[in-house]
Write a protein that binds this ligand. Sequence first.
Ligand SMILES: Nc1ncnc2c1ncn2[C@@H]1O[C@H](COP(=O)(O)OP(=O)(O)OP(=O)(O)O)[C@@H](O)[C@H]1O
Ligand SMILES: [Mg+2]
Length: 113
Amino acid sequence: MKLIIAYIQPEKLNDVKLNLAAADVGKMSVTNSLGCGQQGGYSTTYRGVDMDVNLLKKVRLEIAVNEEFVDPAVSAIIEGSRTGNIGDGKIFIVDLARCIRIRTGEEGNEAIG
Ligand SMILES: Nc1ncnc2c1ncn2[C@@H]1O[C@H](COP(=O)(O)OP(=O)(O)OP(=O)(O)O)[C@@H](O)[C@H]1O
Ligand SMILES: [Mg+2]
């Protein structure tokens, strides 16, 4: 099992969700987040004052999947969110040790799917 954590541009969420559904990935957690990548935000001028905007709005997706869904889910995220511009986002994939469905006590592959 893997946990896929993706940061994407908020306006790409709908396209990513549609692609995930087409890849038969329906369970996810979505939260608003603030972050910066290698550009460290950007500089702007507000009322004549230069200021750094260090944290930009992103959407964070967390998707726990069985192994066979990792590549389809990653492709769905990339195809739904890539524009080729800086700030398109980033995907982290981590090993998932356990998953427990609270209602039934099921664990692992049965609980995750
Ligand atoms: N190393 C990291 N650790 C934690 N979060 C990160 C990291 N890199 C990026 N993020 C998160 O991903 C979001 C999107 O990052 P972003 O797409 O700007 O990455 P990047 O490495 O700067 O690539 P690009 O040059 O294409 O912009 C950030 O706003 C931040 O929330
Ligand atoms: Mg960046």
